[in-house]
Design a protein around this ligand. Structure first.
Ligand SMILES: [Cu+2]
Length: 146
């Protein structure tokens, strides 16, 4: 027989788990937060690229490695929608654009993808937000939106 205090602990754990689960679902749908998706590519890319698909539509292939991003500087016109594809050559790094709410991990052997739109002109800085070693604090780049 289960002790009544043990049963209370089990039930409250279940309630809390459900609450956290629905909080994540609620926030991702109601606030339209884009979650990065993991692209099942057979082989990841090793070279970076900035591809113009159409007017206002770009694909950016970013490679993270100790302790820099490739490319470090990207120029796009205002109002562009950008698909970011991100991978890493060595260890786990991060990719964070504060103003756009973009936050991804760069994992070796996989590609993470997120889409965002740059409405306003300006310089958007991106940084590595996963501690990756002694040069971590210098790992950054910028997107210039004109
Ligand atoms: Cu880092």
């Amino acid at each position: 027989m289960v002790d009544k205090y043990e049963l209370r602990a089990i039930i409250s754990s279940g309630v809390l788990l459900s609450l956290f689960f629905f909080a994540v679902l609620y926030n991702s749908y109601s606030r339209k937060i884009d979650m990065p998706t993991c692209v099942p590519f057979e082989k990841t890319f090793e070279k970076s690229a900035v591809k113009k698909i159409d007017d206002g539509l770009y694909e950016i292939y970013l490679v993270a490695h100790m302790w820099t991003f490739d490319p470090e500087e990207i120029e796009i016109p205002a109002g562009s929608t950008v698909d970011f594809y991100l991978t890493s050559k060595d260890i786990v790094h991060g990719f964070h654009i504060n103003e756009e709410g973009v936050n991804m991990m760069a994992v070796p052997g996989t590609i993470n993808k997120i889409t965002t739109k740059f409405e306003e002109e300006g310089t958007y800085r991106f940084v590595c937000n996963e501690f990756c070693g002694t040069g971590h604090q210098n790992m950054m780049g910028k997107i210039i939106v004109k």
